[in-house]
Design a protein around this ligand. Structure first.
Ligand SMILES: [Ca+2]
Ligand SMILES: [Ca+2]
Length: 198
C-alpha cells in the first residue's frame, strides 16, 4: 500500500492484544484505519487491564505481524501507538521489509494463512486477468484495481518464501513453512493443479 511517500488508501487494520506468555491468549482487540500520510493507526483497547502485551496486526493482505519480543506497555482506554515503520527491530523476528525509508509489513498473504506463496499469487493472477476492481484482498497496492503491479509484489514475496514469525512459531515451524511453500511452487510449475488451483 506504501508508494514511497504515502499510502494509496486509508485502509482498515485490526490489532489484537496478546499475553506475553504462552499460549499468548487474546485479551482485547481494536480496529482502526491507518492514516495514509502520517501512517498513524491509533488503537484504543477498552477491555484489557493496563499491562504488557504483544500487539498482533491483522490486515486484509499483509502478512500477520507482531510487535517486538518482550511486549509493549498498554494502558486501558488510552490511545496506543506503536511504530513498526521506523525500525526493523520493532517487528517480532524483524519480519518486515524496507521500502524507501519505512519498514513495512510484507504484502501478499491474500488468504491470510500466514505465508505468501503460490496460492496467493494464483488468486492475484486470476483477479488480474479478470480486471477485477474494488476493495479486494488481491489488490496489494490499494489502488482498487488488480493488475501486474500487485502480481509482481506477491510473486516476489512468494519466491522469497515470506511467512509469519510470531512468538507461536518455532524455527522448525519456519523451515517447515518454507518447505511447504517450495513444494507448492514446484507442483505449480509442474502443472499439478490438485495442489494449487489454476
Ligand atoms: Ca497465503
Ligand atoms: Ca492494485
Amino acid at each position: 500500500m506504501y508508494n514511497g511517500s504515502t499510502l494509496n488508501i486509508r485502509d482498515s487494520v485490526k490489532a489484537y492484544l496478546r499475553n506475553t506468555a504462552s499460549p499468548y491468549a487474546i485479551i482485547d482487540s481494536a480496529k482502526t484505519r491507518i492514516d495514509s500520510v502520517t501512517f498513524n493507526a491509533p488503537f484504543v483497547f477498552k477491555n484489557a487491564p493496563s499491562g504488557t502485551y504483544y500487539i498482533q496486526i491483522i490486515h486484509r493482505n499483509a502478512l500477520e505481524t507482531w510487535s517486538k519480543n518482550g511486549g509493549e506497555s498498554v494502558t486501558n482506554g488510552i490511545l496506543t501507538n506503536y511504530d513498526f515503520t521506523n525500525s526493523q527491530s520493532n517487528a517480532y523476528g524483524g519480519n518486515t521489509i524496507l521500502t524507501g525509508s519505512k519498514w513495512c509489513l510484507f504484502s501478499g498473504d491474500v488468504n491470510s494463512d500466514g505465508s505468501v506463496d503460490i496460492t496467493d499469487v494464483v488468486s492475484i493472477y486470476n483477479d488480474a486477468v479478470n480486471f477485477s476492481s474494488g476493495y479486494l484482498a488481491t489488490d496489494l497496492t490499494g489502488d482498487e484495481t488488480v493488475d501486474v503491479t500487485d502480481l509482481l509484489i506477491g510473486y516476489n514475496n512468494s519466491t522469497n518464501f515470506v511467512s509469519k514469525v510470531t512468538p507461536e512459531t518455532s524455527p522448525a515451524d519456519i523451515i517447515m513453512q518454507k518447505e511447504r511453500s517450495g513444494v507448492k511452487m514446484k507442483a505449480y510449475k509442474e502443472g499439478n493443479s490438485s495442489v494449487v488451483p489454476k
